[in-house]
Design a binder for this molecule. Structure first.
Ligand code: HEC
Length: 167
C-alpha cells in the first residue's frame, strides 16, 4: 500500500462514519420523539395492578375442601362454625353475617365488599390484610391457587329457580 492508498482508505472510513452519523441525525429530526416529557394521564394504582388470573372452580373446590371447610360451611343455609358461612360470600359486604362474631380486625373492613380482588388480597395473607384477625391461615401465596379458590367461591350462590321470572 502506498501512502496515497492509506489516505484514501482513511478517507472512505471517515466518509462512511459521517454518513451513518448524518443519517441518524436526519432520522431523529424527521421522526420526533413521541413520549411526552410529562405524561398527561397517570393510571390509578388499582388499574395498574395485574389482572387476576382466571381460576378453575373444580380445582378450587378441592383446595377449599382440604384447606377451608374445616372452619367454614359452604352449603346453602350452612351455619357458622369456627369461621363464618362462606355460601354467597362473593359480593357480600365484609364481616356482615349478623349471627357471627367477627374480630375487630376484620370489622375494620366492613365498608368493603368481597370482590374477587379483595378476596385475593385477604387470602394471600389474612394477618396482613387484617392484623389481629382470628382466621389462623398462613395464607395462599400462589396467585393461581387463589384464583381457583375464588372461582369456586363464586359458584356458591343462590341459583334463580327457572320459574322465578315467569308471570
Ligand atoms: C382455622 C380455621 C380457618 C380456616 C382453615 C380458614 N378460615 Fe376463613 N375464617 C376463619 C375465621 C375465624 C374467620 C373470621 C375472621 C375474623 O373475624 O377475624 C374467617 C373469615 C373468613 C372470610 C371472611 C368472611 C366474611 O363473612 O366476611 C373469608 C372470605 C374466609 N374466611 C375464607 C376462607 C378460605 C377461602 C379459606 C381456605 C383457603 C379459609 N377461610 C380457611 C377461620 C378459618
Amino acid at each position: 500500500m502506498t501512502g496515497r492508498d492509506l489516505n484514501r482508505a482513511a478517507l472512505s472510513v471517515l466518509l462512511s462514519i459521517s454518513i451513518v452519523v448524518g443519517c441518524r441525525a436526519l432520522a431523529l429530526a424527521a421522526v420526533p420523539a413521541t413520549a411526552p416529557a410529562n405524561p398527561a394521564f397517570v393510571m390509578p394504582d388499582q388499574q395498574r395492578e395485574e389482572a387476576l388470573p382466571k381460576g378453575d372452580a373444580a380445582r378450587g373446590e378441592d383446595i377449599v375442601n382440604s384447606s377451608c371447610s374445616f372452619c367454614h360451611s359452604l352449603t346453602r343455609g350452612g351455619g357458622d362454625s369456627a369461621g363464618p358461612a362462606l355460601f354467597g360470600v362473593v359480593g357480600r359486604p365484609v364481616a356482615s353475617i349478623a349471627s357471627y362474631t367477627y374480630s375487630g380486625a376484620l370489622k375494620q373492613h366492613a365498608a368493603q365488599t368481597w370482590t374477587p380482588r379483595l378476596l385475593s388480597d385477604w387470602l394471600k395473607a389474612p394477618s396482613h390484610f387484617a392484623p389481629g384477625t382470628r382466621m389462623s391461615l398462613a395464607g395462599i401465596s400462589d396467585p393461581g391457587q387463589r384464583a381457583d379458590i375464588i372461582a369456586f367461591l363464586q359458584t356458591l350462590h343462590e341459583q334463580p329457580s327457572p320459574t322465578e321470572h315467569s308471570p
